[in-house]
Design a protein around this ligand. Structure first.
Ligand SMILES: [Zn+2]
Length: 204
């Protein structure tokens, strides 16, 4: 299986035909896709103005999309390195890790689905590196009350059958990202769960 870097080289290769370069960009998303594969693709298509079936596609747009994706990946991998180094230090000092946060990091290690968007058409429109910097800021600061990406206060709860399934957890009602539980206070989590149970209770 080709790695991110060799796929990126193909996207930039003027000797490859445009359809292959677009295919390689899409394959890059199997290695790194902060919103999940489909939502990240939708974001890149909209932001760099190309369609999935665009026949007259300007390859420069594919390269611009790749630039954005690569920068976001560098931001995230640098954070993961810092996180891993901190954990090694803490282990050395005999401190136990935070179970839930460690489990979350293991699940998204490498940057897939760190802010998963269950509905591929609903995601932030800001540049990916900026979105990841905001998320990392929130992870390093500790729990807060609002969405770490758009600062929106409407945190909802996705459940079975929602487009976010199997995410099953807090989702921003404004920008659409699945919010890691570690960046929300227990009060914000309880409020989000309450919003979920209210309509179910009234239907019973
Ligand atoms: Zn948001």
């Amino acid at each position: 299986m080709a790695g991110f870097r060799s796929l990126a080289r193909q996207v930039r290769d003027p000797g490859c035909d445009t359809a292959l370069r677009r295919y390689s960009l899409r394959k890059c998303l199997e290695r790194f896709a902060p919103y999940g594969h489909r939502a990240t693709w939708d974001h890149l298509c909209r932001r760099h103005r190309f369609g999935p079936e665009d026949r007259e596609l300007d390859p420069g747009r594919l390269v611009a999309a790749l630039d954005e994706l690569e920068e976001a990946r560098a931001v995230w991998l640098a954070y993961e390195e810092r996180f891993a180094a901190r954990r090694r230090r803490e282990k050395h000092e005999g401190l136990r890790g935070l179970g839930a946060l460690d489990a979350w990091h293991r699940r998204v290690w490498g940057g897939n689905g760190v802010v998963r968007c269950g509905d591929p058409a609903v995601h932030p429109s800001d540049p990916l590196p900026e979105v990841l910097r905001r998320l990392i800021g929130a992870l390093e600061r500790g729990p807060g009350e609002a969405c770490p990406v758009c600062a929106g206060p409407r945190i909802e709860w996705a459940g079975p059958g929602d487009p976010y399934d199997p995410w099953l957890g807090p989702v921003c009602g404004d920008c659409g990202v699945g919010v890691p539980r570690a960046v929300l206070t227990s009060g914000a989590l309880a409020r989000a769960r309450g919003d979920r149970s209210r309509p179910l209770a009234s239907a019973a």
